[in-house]
Design a protein around this ligand. Structure first.
Ligand SMILES: Cc1cc2nc3c(=O)[nH]c(=O)nc-3n(C[C@H](O)[C@H](O)[C@H](O)COP(=O)(O)O)c2cc1C
Length: 223
């Protein structure tokens, strides 16, 4: 698979087939992705992969916790800036609208929207759930390194016929995740990622999220 084909075909998938991914495949992807660059070669990423019985056990715990506390836990970091400015605010809004349109959920239907949001916490039915954490000592540069590691995983997954959805929604459940995976206190959970085989029939997977045109982000000089 060409790198450009992988980049152009990757989308965030939010409905998966109930079909297992072999542990060796997961291991290979997570290891190959460690060839990602990082400032000073710090390699600041930490990753956990849950599958099979462990994922089932974790999902059962999550179901219990959500019943008791449907709003989740206070996140440790701000997922978005509180006063998100333009053009980011509009981009976020538009992506949300486009997503809910694929499944025929109108703006007013709050319960249906919350129901879709809650699917994050089952990894959208994926057979593998990943969690990514970073040392609390790290600065923005190392968070970017972790992002590159995650992008490498998402592209390598495609080569194996697999799909992904990165999920910062897990920041809302950082205590429960930390408790389950035994996250040491010097590490902070950044986010999760669903990994598995895409359900090609599910309408939510038809979303092809917009991208801004080059004039909005690109400056090229001197050619
Ligand atoms: C760090 C990160 C966290 C994300 N968290 C979530 C999430 O919690 N739930 C979700 O449905 N999508 C999540 N997304 C997916 C984005 O909504 C998606 O990448 C964006 O809309 C662009 O769509 P595309 O990935 O299909 O190109 C996340 C993406 C990134 C990079």
């Amino acid at each position: 698979m060409k790198v450009s084909d992988a980049l152009n075909s990757r989308t965030s998938v939010r409905a998966f087939l109930d079909f297992p991914v072999p542990m060796e495949t997961v291991q290979e992807i997570l290891l190959t992705a460690s060839r990602s660059p990082s400032g000073g070669n710090l390699q600041p990423w930490h990753v956990w992969a849950l599958g099979g019985q462990e994922l089932a056990r974790f999902k059962a715990l999550m179901a219990e916790r959500i019943k008791i506390n449907p709003m989740g836990e206070q996140p440790e970091y701000k997922i978005y800036p509180p006063e998100l400015k333009e053009p980011y605010r509009t981009r976020r809004f538009k992506t949300g609208e486009d997503l809910y349109r694929t499944i025929g959920v109108p703006r007013e239907d709050k319960p249906a929207r919350l129901n879709q949001l809650a699917k994050n916490f089952t990894f959208f039915g994926a057979p593998v759930g990943l969690f990514f954490a970073i040392d609390r000592q790290m600065e923005p540069g190392q968070w970017a390194d972790l992002g590159m590691y995650m992008q490498s995983i998402m592209l390598l997954a495609l080569e194996k016929g697999l799909s992904t959805c990165p999920q910062e929604a897990w920041a809302l459940w950082h205590k429960t995740v930390a408790e389950f995976i035994g996250l040491p206190s010097h590490l902070m959970l950044f986010c999760g990622m669903a990994l598995g085989y895409m359900d090609p029939e599910h309408p939510i997977n038809r979303l092809r999220a917009d991208r801004a045109g080059p004039s909005e982000f690109m400056t090229i000089r001197g050619f």
